[in-house]
Write a new protein. Structure first.
Length: 486
């Protein structure tokens, strides 16, 4: 059996970092059955460690004299001005993706930015300025949108457990749609509407039963989970009956959201077909034509070279053709389509900059893995720990011609699961003080950030045309202590 253990005696610094990969261990026959968890095989090292694969990195990302620049700004200047970890958000990228979706869907259809992906006043303004609506799912997101000056008529309120206060605020503000998620909520909203004299436009959220093919925690259309009304059980049809039976609610349409980070258009197609089927059943039972079909978000992005997302134009064509054909066959008027991309707008244009702290070579399965600790971690990016998300990262503050070292980028929290990038190839001469950039962290990172271990949450800075400005300032320890009433 071939030995792949580190030889006795002090090895050269980067011995075994390059070229010693788990695949080699498997190929050597060393651990034939349980060598690695399925799906845990590091990919092959990239041919060029300094390259920035275009679909993964922000549209304005370049190397200038070897240093990563975004929006025309050197990342060393960003780190110097705003500190690390830092979310650097490419405004041109965000706006460009809004426009891509806007242009992909017709003027009669609607695109709403899902604020949960990343929510602050300025990015909601960008979305609105580019012709998008905004969907929110808490009073915090709603107040952010309203305080940014967005008209309530472009805001949709979601959520599986909206409080009475949230429903009342949405009614009072006059939001475009409230998406109903439970029988209690139908009754609650009808009561509030009757008392307030408003007649809100509502969508009924339908659980279509389509398998999103995503991690369980980001799939939302199978029956055994908390969102919506099941199509298969008849709950969705019953919800429509109750809404139509209420004089205080106006049925504006149907809503479906099957999950997130989906790169297989056929899943959306299936959901759209089932929703048209429900619209036909509603017409047959009630004589009512559904005016709006909201097919939610969930459009995947490229986190690694292995991800192949569907472009907005192709997605729009598939959804439009599916709905058009279904409506034609059922003799329905074609409803207005709405989509709610969050990740596909906010995700790819932002990178997280971290400073490298400690570096350790750790033996594993006969080889060595380099653990690179950075000054953030699961408090600014929970996705890897939560659902084993994969990321791409590069040495950003300089170029390097050193050999690739199989690495794992980890945070500074007290958890061994505090992993930012599970498999990374970084140059073997990586050193403390270097800056790393992790790509595509604009969605569900800062918005899901925590203060675990009493770590203040990072700033978000927008970069554009050589200028940078703060979108969300860095938290301080004083901010945290202010909440402490002891
Ligand atoms: C109802 C709804 N719409 C839109 C989205 C946005 O999804 P994504 O960011 O994957 O596009 C979500 C995400 O959870 C959602 O629940």
């Amino acid at each position: 059996m071939t030995s792949v253990a580190r030889p006795a005696g002090p090895p050269p610094d980067d011995a075994f970092r390059a070229g010693q990969r788990p695949d080699d261990a498997i190929a050597s026959g060393q651990r034939p059955d349980d060598a690695f968890r399925a799906g845990d095989h590091p990919p092959a090292p990239p041919s060029d460690l300094n390259a920035l694969d275009q679909p993964i990195w922000p549209r304005t990302a370049r190397r200038r004299d070897g240093v990563l620049t975004i929006g025309g700004i050197d990342v060393r200047d960003l780190a110097g001005e705003f500190g690390t970890p830092l979310f650097a958000c490419d405004e041109a990228d965000f706006r460009g993706r809004c426009r891509d979706f806007r242009n992909a869907f017709g003027d009669d259809d609607m695109v709403c930015y899902a604020a949960k992906a990343f929510c602050c006043r300025e990015v909601l303004r960008w979305a609105a300025q580019e012709g998008l609506g905004v969907d929110v799912c808490t009073d915090g997101e709603l107040e952010t949108a309203l305080s940014a000056g967005l008209p309530a008529q472009i805001i949709t309120l979601h959520g599986n457990n909206k409080t009475v206060g949230e429903l009342a605020r949405a009614l009072d503000a006059g939001v475009r749609h409230i998406v109903l998620d439970s029988f209690e909520e139908i009754a609650r909203l009808a009561y509030l509407a009757e008392r307030g004299g408003a007649r809100p436009k509502v969508l009924v959220r339908v659980t279509t039963g389509v398998d999103a093919g995503a991690h369980e925690y980001i799939a939302t259309a199978h029956d055994d989970q908390k969102f919506g009304f099941s199509l298969a059980s008849g709950a969705a049809a019953e919800a429509v009956r109750r809404v139509l039976g209420s004089p205080d609610l106006e049925l504006a349409g149907l809503h479906s959201h099957i999950g997130s980070q989906i790169t297989d258009a056929a899943r959306f197609e299936s959901a759209a077909r089932r929703m048209v089927g429900l619209a036909a059943a509603i017409r047959d039972e009630h004589g009512v034509q559904i005016a709006e079909l909201d097919l939610g978000g969930g459009f995947g992005i490229a986190y690694t070279p292995q991800d192949h997302p569907v472009e907005p134009a192709a997605m729009a064509r598939i959804l439009t053709e599916t709905v058009d054909a279904g409506c034609r066959a059922a003799g329905l008027r074609r409803p207005r389509l709405t989509v709610e991309p969050g990740r596909a707008i906010a995700g790819p244009g932002t990178v997280t900059l971290y400073e490298v702290g400690t570096i350790k070579d750790v033996p594993f399965d006969g080889g060595l893995r380099t653990y690179v600790s950075v000054d953030g971690g699961m408090s600014d990016n929970i996705r890897t720990a939560l659902y084993d998300a994969r990321y791409t990262c590069v040495l950003a503050s300089r170029e390097s011609a050193a050999q690739p070292a199989l690495s794992r980028v980890v945070g500074m929290h007290c958890e061994s699961g505090d992993i930012v990038v599970r498999h990374a190839y970084l140059p073997a001469d990586l050193a403390p003080g270097d800056l790393l950039a992790v790509a595509a962290t604009g969605a569900y990172c800062r918005s899901a950030a925590s203060n675990y271990n009493h770590v203040p949450r990072p700033a978000v800075a927008a970069v554009r045309d050589g200028a940078a400005r703060v979108l969300v300032r860095r938290e301080t320890i004083e901010d945290l202590l202010r909440l402490d009433a002891g």
